[in-house]
Design a protein around this ligand. Structure first.
Ligand code: S3P
Length: 183
């Protein structure tokens, strides 16, 4: 890294649907005072459409393009102290995986399949799981995506048995170490 480059101190949350990225993101935002960017919400704001509408009317590929554009935008931003919470499928594309690591310290919130099912079955806002066989789809997608989360993350947190505050504390401690040793 050149001497003039600014080391990003962004914290990026990745993980499967229902892993708690948004809640942990809000907790980190409150504790650090860094702005919070939720890529899904940000896509909804810029398109004026809900994620479910984008999937239904334009298809998943269009949503994935919007997701990549959002990461490109974040990577270029001058503010390098932000909390970035992402959608569960952000790791599918190799270009996104490398963008995420350029954006900042990537934390994977790992969550057991049962917890995903329990949390995601409460609402209909996740187009990929609005199916009769939601449980099977969770299982399949989790198996497919785990290697990508692993490859992308600087830190993996096994969230089973931890509450959101404990998870945030773990992230902050590790991030502090990472940032002071990467300058
Ligand atoms: C998706 C996860 C969702 C959202 C979209 C697709 C996925 O975000 O981006 O429905 O492919 O896993 P959450 O992980 O916040 O539910």
């Amino acid at each position: 890294m050149s001497q003039t480059a600014v080391t990003p101190k962004n914290i990026v949350l990745i993980g499967f649907m229902g892993s708690g990225k948004s809640t942990v993101g809000r907790e980190l935002h409150q504790r650090l005072g860094y702005p919070l960017i939720d890529t899904d919400r940000s896509i909804e704001e810029s398109t004026g459409k809900k994620i479910t509408e984008i999937f239904k009317e334009e298809g998943e590929a269009v949503f994935r393009d919007l997701e990549t554009s959002k990461l490109v935008e974040i990577e270029k931003q001058a503010d390098k102290r932000q909390i970035v919470s992402t959608g569960g499928g952000v790791v599918i594309r190799p270009e996104n995986r490398s963008l995420l690591r350029k954006i900042g310290y990537v934390v994977w919130l790992q969550v057991p399949e049962d917890v995903v099912y329990e949390r995601t079955s409460r609402n209909q806002e996740r187009p990929l799981l609005n199916h009769m066989d939601a449980r099977e789809r969770i299982s399949k997608l989790l198996a497919e995506r785990e290697p990508w989360y692993r490859e992308t993350a600087h830190l993996k947190i096994d969230t089973a048995g931890l509450d959101f505050k404990e998870i945030a504390t773990g992230i902050l401690e590790s991030a502090r170490y990472h940032f002071t040793h990467s300058e």
